[in-house]
Design a protein around this ligand. Structure first.
Ligand code: NAD
Length: 256
C-alpha cells in the first residue's frame, strides 16, 4: 500500500479528479478528509467510499472564503491526528472573457484557483513539519504551462499555481516537505463542460472540443482517475526525490 498510515486532505473531492483521488488514496491505505463546497454530494461520495474504506471523512467548506480555507486544515488535522499530504485540487473555470470582465466572478475564481491553495499550504506546513515531512500537490492545468485562448484569466491563475508550487518546493525542501503540481489536459469531469460551454453556442463548443482532442497527441480526453494516479504518485514515497515539478498529464499536448 503506497499511502499506508498517511493522513491526507483532498479539496474538491466530491467529484471529478478529487473524487477519484479519494477512492485511490483510501485504497492505498491513507486516512482522507474530503473537502468540497457541495455538502450534499460530498456526504454521498464519502458515505459510498466509507462502505469500502472506513477512514474517510467529509468536511464541507467554501474555499473562496479565506477563514474557511484556513480553518478546514486545522479541523482536518485534528480529526486525523496530524497531516502528511495536502492535495489542493479544488478549482473552477471562472470567467472566459477579458474585455467586459465581471469583477466578482474574476475575484472568486482567483480566490479558489490561486489563493485557497496558498493559504491551505501555509496552514498545513506546521503539521507536516511535526511529522518530519510531507507532500503538497496542486492541480494546475495544461493552461498553467501553455497559454489558453479560450480562458486567459484561468491560464493566468494556473500559471500562478505552478510558480507558487515551484517556489514553495525550494523553500521547504530542507524540511523534507515536497511540493509539486499536476498539469492535466482536458479531463472528463463536470468542470470540463462548464469550461467549454462558457458564452459559446453548441456548434462552437463541439468545434473547440474536436480541435482540442485533435491537438492532443494521444487523441482523447483523460479520465479523472488518470489524473488521480499522478497525484497519488506525487503524494507517495515513490516520488521521494521529486519536488518542484509541474507534471504534465495531458496526453502529450504541451510537448508540442
Ligand atoms: N476537467 C478538466 O478538463 C481540467 C483540466 C485541467 C485542470 N483542471 C483542474 O482540475 C481540478 C479539479 O477539477 P475537476 O475537473 O475534477 O472538476 P469538478 O467540477 O469535477 O470538481 C471540482 C470540485 O471542486 C468543488 N468546488 C468548486 N468550488 C469550490 C469552492 N469554492 N470550495 C470548495 N470546493 C469547491 C466542486 O464542488 C467540485 O466537486 C480543478 O483545479 C481544475 O481547474 C481540470
Amino acid at each position: 500500500m503506497r499511502l499506508k498510515d498517511k493522513l491526507a486532505i483532498i479539496t474538491g473531492a466530491a467529484s471529478g479528479m478529487g473524487r477519484s483521488g479519494l477512492e485511490l488514496f483510501a485504497h492505498e491505505g491513507a486516512t482522507v478528509v474530503a473537502v468540497d463546497i457541495d455538502a450534499a454530494r460530498l456526504d454521498a461520495v464519502v458515505a459510498d467510499t466509507r462502505s469500502r474504506y472506513p477512514r474517510v471523512y467529509a468536511l464541507a467548506a467554501d474555499l473562496t472564503q479565506r477563514d474557511q480555507m484556513r480553518s478546514i486544515i486545522h479541523k482536518a488535522a485534528a480529526l486525523m491526528g496530524g497531516l502528511d499530504i495536502l492535495w489542493n485540487n479544488a478549482g473552477m473555470a471562472g470567467p472566459a472573457e477579458v474585455e467586459g470582465l465581471d469583477d466578482a466572478a474574476y475575484d472568486r475564481s482567483i480566490e479558489l484557483n490561486v489563493t485557497s491553495g496558498i493559504l491551505g499550504s501555509a496552514e498545513a506546513v506546521p503539521y507536516m513539519r511535526k511529522r518530519g515531512g510531507g507532500s503538497i500537490v496542486f492541480t494546475s492545468s495544461v493552461s498553467g504551462v501553455v497559454g489558453s485562448q479560450l480562458s486567459p484569466t484561468y491560464s493566468a491563475a494556473k500559471f500562478a499555481v505552478v510558480g507558487f508550487a515551484k517556489s514553495l518546493a525550494l523553500r521547504l525542501a530542507e524540511e523534507n516537505i515536497r511540493v509539486n503540481a499536476i498539469c492535466p489536459g482536458m479531463t472528463e469531469t463536470g468542470m470540463l463542460s462548464t469550461f467549454m460551454d462558457r458564452n459559446h453556442d453548441a456548434e462552437t463548443v463541439a468545434r473547440n472540443t474536436k480541435a482540442f482532442i485533435a491537438s492532443t497527441p494521444l487523441g482523447r480526453i483523460a479520465r479523472p482517475e488518470e489524473i488521480a494516479h499522478a497525484a497519488l504518485w506525487l503524494a507517495s514515497d515513490d516520488a521521494s526525490f521529486i519536488t518542484g515539478v509541474a507534471l504534465s498529464v495531458d496526453g502529450g499536448l504541451s510537448a508540442k
